[in-house]
Design a protein around this ligand. Structure first.
Ligand SMILES: Nc1ncnc2c1ncn2[C@@H]1O[C@H](COP(=O)(O)OP(=O)(O)O)[C@@H](O)[C@H]1O
Ligand SMILES: [Mg+2]
Length: 225
């Protein structure tokens, strides 16, 4: 994916200014920057939640995101697994039902759902808890269900906006280990975070935002704001 010169306005406020970046399969990328620096706006532009006024996003098939047909756009979105901050899980249903439901609304057949759900739950270490109700889970187990939901389309890119905010270091590490494992399968990971310990421990690519601009983009980077 190649992002070129994104420029986004909220009314009179210019929140993304000529933002460019390329992402390759296998890359694990941290997006860092102070509150209000543009990380979430950048992510929302990638998933087409917001439409920048200028700039292009080229998909892996070299097509311009902003020129895709409705059908192509749907296919594009399915290549991106977004992990929502507010989870959007059904609290009175089980772990398995939550993942199955997400697949059902996307039109997957019962046979596929039956086969895929256990596979996905084992990827996030939740198979043993498949029949537990969401409301009985700990915060970090709920986060795993959210990761599971993001995996249903077998996406090429996983995006997570501010994941580990309220996790203790041990649970944060377990969640990050799951992402590293997913990354090893060739999926790009984009992670917006304030957690300097995780960024510094992993030494992955780090893109720093400041005032709507990318001010540094380094492989093997550290938390540098
Ligand atoms: N819905 C909105 N309406 C107007 N301004 C917004 C809206 N969402 C975000 N902003 C502004 O856009 C800027 C970038 O915000 P955001 O992308 O959320 O940054 P970050 O995720 O890095 O904290 C901030 O100045 C913020 O106040
Ligand atoms: Mg944000």
């Amino acid at each position: 994916m190649k992002i070129q010169n994104l420029t986004l306005w909220y009314g009179k406020k210019n929140v993304l200014k000529w933002v460019s970046a390329d992402f390759l399969p296998w890359e694990f990328v941290f997006l860092i920057g102070g509150s209000g620096s543009g990380k979430t706006s950048f992510i929302k532009s990638i998933i087409w939640d917001l439409k920048p006024k200028q700039g292009t996003i080229l998909t892996n098939s070299e097509k311009d995101l902003y020129k895709l047909s409705k059908r192509e756009l749907l296919a594009y979105r399915r290549k991106i697994g977004i992990i929502f901050q507010d989870f959007k899980l059904l609290r009175n249903k089980t772990v398995r039902e939550n993942v199955a439901f997400a697949m059902e609304v996307c039109g997957y057949s019962d046979i596929i759902i039956h086969e895929k759900v256990p596979e996905i739950l084992s990827q996030v270490g939740l198979l043993a808890k498949k029949d537990a109700f969401i409301e009985t889970l700990s915060g970090w187990e709920v986060q795993r269900v959210s990761i599971a939901r993001a995996l249903i389309h077998n996406p090429e890119i996983i995006i997570w906006d501010e994941p580990t905010g309220n996790l203790d270091p041990k649970n944060a590490k377990e969640i990050i280990d799951i992402l590293l494992e997913i990354n090893k399968q060739g999926k790009t990971i984009l992670l917006a975070t304030h957690d300097d310990r995780i960024v510094n421990a992993l030494r992955k690519r780090v893109i720093a935002f400041e005032d709507g601009k990318i001010v540094s983009d380094m492989n093997d980077g550290i938390y540098c704001i």
